[in-house]
Design a protein around this ligand. Sequence first.
Ligand SMILES: Nc1ncnc2c1ncn2[C@@H]1O[C@H](COP(=O)(O)OP(=O)(O)OP(=O)(O)O)[C@@H](O)[C@H]1O
Ligand SMILES: O=C(O)[C@H](O)CO
Length: 521
Amino acid sequence: MASTSTSTTKPEASDLRSRDLQTRVQLREVFLTAVRSGMPQQMLEKVLKYDPSTRTLTVEGREYQVNRNVFVVGFGKAVLGMARVMDEVLGDHIIRGIVSIPTGSRADLVANGHSDMLLSPNSKIRVREGANHNLPDELAFQAARDIHQLVSNLTEKDIVFVLISGGGSALLPYPVEPLTLDDLLQITRVLFSHGASISDVNTVRVHLELLKGGGLAREAKPAQVVSFIISDVIGDSLEMIASGPTVRQVRSPHRCLEIIDRLNAREALPKVVVEVLEAKKSQIVAQAGLSEWDRVQNVLVGTNAIACQAAAQRAQELGFVPCILSTELSGEAKEVIYLFLGFIINLLQHALLSPNEREGEKGKQLLMPCQTLQVADSVRVASNHSKPLCVVAGGETTVNLRGKGKGGRNQEMALSAGLQLQQCFQTFKSRRELTEVLFLSAGTDGQDGPTNAAGALVDENFMLDAVSQGLDPVASLQNNDSHTLWSRFAGGRDLLVTGLTGTNVMDIQLLLVQNNQATGF
Ligand SMILES: Nc1ncnc2c1ncn2[C@@H]1O[C@H](COP(=O)(O)OP(=O)(O)OP(=O)(O)O)[C@@H](O)[C@H]1O
Ligand SMILES: O=C(O)[C@H](O)CO
């Protein structure tokens, strides 16, 4: 896809190949730019200003006096790199620290060329690995106990920096009595298997664990608390990310029982869980007043929206017309693709109109496939200037597993896109030679489901090419076997493999639509 082509002549096969490759490289580059915006260095340097001459640390306008009074704790899939930056910025002032990260993280980061995210051997911050498969375990519990012990002994002169990212809930388990670690494990398993969302599970966790729902900040009293948070939840609710350990809790235990009953999970949960919640329900929860929380500063440093903006900017630099469709995409991966398909269909319909019709009401409506003005504007600019439109979106979809194959939500979405594009161009046969479409879906953490790929790319010729290579995309989709298919298709050309990136701001989708006709879409 040449970025500004206006030619009506059919390109030569060799041009097509290099053009397709170029576009693939460009779209990958747009995705990688989005990932880079979520790297610890980039995120923290925006919010953290340190003046060594006065030992003043400024965090989004708030000043802290640093004098060998700094402590660092962290938990989540993307906190190691942040801990490294804290070490670099505050060096000798750090007295002690503990970060709890997933099992095998350090080895994975080294294997993926991110040794620069590891802590130096002289660091005062200790690293603990645990929570295998994102489930609370004994190692994570031990790390949580040590973190609790660390924050419990601080004075009002101390500052504790709390590094938080997705996966943090499982990495900081601390059951309230009489619950046990095993009860926490059961709660997670039972609720998820009954169809709970992450906010359902975390709402329940908050009332059953000591350090969640503001608990860590409470235990750190009277120290000052500054949290740097990377969001992996839709809507970026601070209460929900890693179950909000430094965020004032406002929900009551009533809400947990409602969730449990909505999911029909009461009977499947350990009895003691419901007993604790029932008992809490009748207690009047003494909430600390707002002023009590003045010593706590929560700063959101990484979000899917920031990543989408970075992607849009890079797309523009590459000569595309970008627009951000949504940063809150959710739902079944193979169905979410219809949202993008709507764009393509509208553009194809618009391209078929006569010049007069394009000027009329019908033309205008077709160029407004989404009701936001910014999106409509971009579609119009792309259409009028015959430039490729780059639709950027983000969020986190789900996959209702029915098959036994290997895949992830992004690879599955790309596969579903390939199938839908085929059907779309069967309807708009006359536009096939004139329109090029490339779609990418990938996870910013570099790992899509239990595979070593981040996601995949797909173009409008995928079905024809796949069948000619002896592959059966329909069967692969039915069997949730997208990874096997993308590994085989064109020798793995369209599989996106980045390795673990060290950040985690959910997923990114990019749709590029180019019209090779002088008259525009
Ligand atoms: N064969 C498969 N095909 C498609 N999706 C799959 C398959 N196996 C697992 N998944 C999906 O992968 C997801 C779990 O993988 P992953 O670890 O990337 O997600 P996660 O635990 O939500 O972590 P994160 O939010 O950090 O990406 C689940 O949504 C699950 O439905
Ligand atoms: O750890 C968690 O609770 C989830 O990843 C959401 O942040």
